[in-house]
Ligand binder design. Sequence first.
Ligand SMILES: CC(C)(COP(=O)(O)OP(=O)(O)OC[C@H]1O[C@@H](n2cnc3c(N)ncnc32)[C@H](O)[C@@H]1OP(=O)(O)O)[C@@H](O)C(=O)NCCC(=O)NCCS
Length: 172
Amino acid sequence: MNDPRVEVVWEDGGDLARHGHDLEERTADPHVLPLIGCADGVPFGYFEVYWARENRIGPHYDADDYDRGWHVAIGEEAFRGRGWITAWLPSLMHFIFLDDIRTQRIVGEPKASHAQQIRNLDRAGFAKVKYFDLPHKRALLVMLLRERFFADQLWAPEPVTEAPASEASAQA
Ligand SMILES: CC(C)(COP(=O)(O)OP(=O)(O)OC[C@H]1O[C@@H](n2cnc3c(N)ncnc32)[C@H](O)[C@@H]1OP(=O)(O)O)[C@@H](O)C(=O)NCCC(=O)NCCS
């Protein structure tokens, strides 16, 4: 939370006592599921999966009972970048859709100016729905449909596009 790139978005910088308190609060809140992501047993990121209708996003669109949303913080530099995000992001979406089969939509509310994450979400299959205002930010409502996730097999990373063999040998 004290990594500058995380702090600027979460505004939750502070000491261990504060973070312990925040985690206790989130763990006790039935509308939020706090998660720590691990790769080969090494913790690399923090996620909060929430029930959208009971969350601050709920009043801003026609939320269904089982829509879910999520927040993320990857504070570890070593776990940033394409190789990691193409693994954890679709995996988390897959988990959310499998966790409750009634969940038809996953939503998010990145800051409207957070172009990098909006691009990442677009590549992960999220539609851009509308801009709206929260007390602390102008946000973009994004939405991933269960139908799209499974029909387009979005749990699999995009294939790496390589130059055709003829082009590659011409370049050599
Ligand atoms: C936002 C955040 C989760 C992004 O994770 P990251 O590991 O930093 O990933 P990046 O944004 O650097 O993107 C990695 C690359 O993967 C690419 N990528 C993302 N999704 C992809 C996909 N589905 N297929 C292929 N490539 C993809 C991106 O285009 C980017 O490539 P580029 O560097 O060539 O543009 C992370 O930086 C973070 O936690 N930031 C602080 C908190 C925050 O902003 N939370 C989100 C609030 S909405």
